[in-house]
Design a protein around this ligand. Structure first.
Ligand code: TMP
Length: 217
């Protein structure tokens, strides 16, 4: 008798405001897939490749305060182009599920909705570098920005998050409100791809909600 093992290769992205718990939850989901025997890689944007990590340090450094919105946008896209070619596509081609901490939705909401760059331009540039490629499922960890930001600053203060990567945490609450509203708007537009999870709950409940959402994806 053959035993049929159901292996589904997926590109899953995790989005949310600062302090929404993405990194912690990605670790849980990685462990969950590994226990299921699913080959799985964890990566992030900006970053994920050697070049991407260098770009990340420019983008998140609070001292990069003269970075103009267009340079910021193009650096995120440079990081993404490298990441897709060097890591994401080869991993998917090798039969691995990819769990990615942020992807193109972050650019639409942070650089588009919050920073004010024309979202049509962002979509055009994405078409050029991604050629229609998009995540199979996107987990949006949603919570009020005041809570997320206070969690993020607590992590910075106790050394669990790098202060050298805190440029976005120093943005005003109104900026983060726009980011949250932007994400929820994207989720309304693409209900098939997005799974909105209440991130203002116990860590284990959030983990279970994500696993249930992915089981239906
Ligand atoms: P994180 O790795 O802690 O989530 O930090 C990444 C920061 O970069 C976060 O503040 C969101 C921001 N970001 C953008 O502004 N645009 C993007 O396209 C991406 C991927 C991240």
């Amino acid at each position: 008798m053959f035993r049929l093992i159901r292996v589904i290769i997926m590109f899953i992205t995790f989005e949310g405001i600062e302090g929404s718990g993405k990194t912690t939850q990605i670790k849980h989901i990685h462990r969950y897939y590994q226990r299921q025997g699913q080959s799985c890689v964890v990566t992030r944007e900006p970053g994920g490749t050697e070049i991407g990590e260098k770009i990340r340090s420019i983008l998140l450094d609070p001292q990069s305060n003269t970075l103009c919105p267009m340079s910021e946008l193009l650096l995120y896209l440079a990081d993404r182009a490298q990441h897709i070619k060097e890591l994401v596509m080869p991993a998917l081609a090798a039969g691995k599920t990819v769990l990615c901490d942020r992807f193109f939705d972050a650019t639409v909401v942070y650089q588009g909705y919050a920073r004010g760059v024309d979202t049509r331009l962002i979509h055009r540039l994405h078409e050029l570098i991604l050629e229609g490629f998009k995540p199979d499922a996107t987990i949006l960890l949603d919570l009020p920005p005041a809570i997320g930001l206070s969690r993020a600053w607590e992590q910075i203060d106790n050394g669990n998050r790098k202060s050298a990567e805190s440029r976005f945490e120093t943005e005003k609450l109104s900026f983060h409100e726009k980011v949250r509203a932007g994400y929820l708007e994207l989720a309304r537009r693409e209900p098939e791809r997005f799974h909105v999870i209440d991130a203002n709950q116990e860590e284990d409940k959030v983990r279970r909600d994500i696993i249930n959402a992915l089981a239906k994806a």
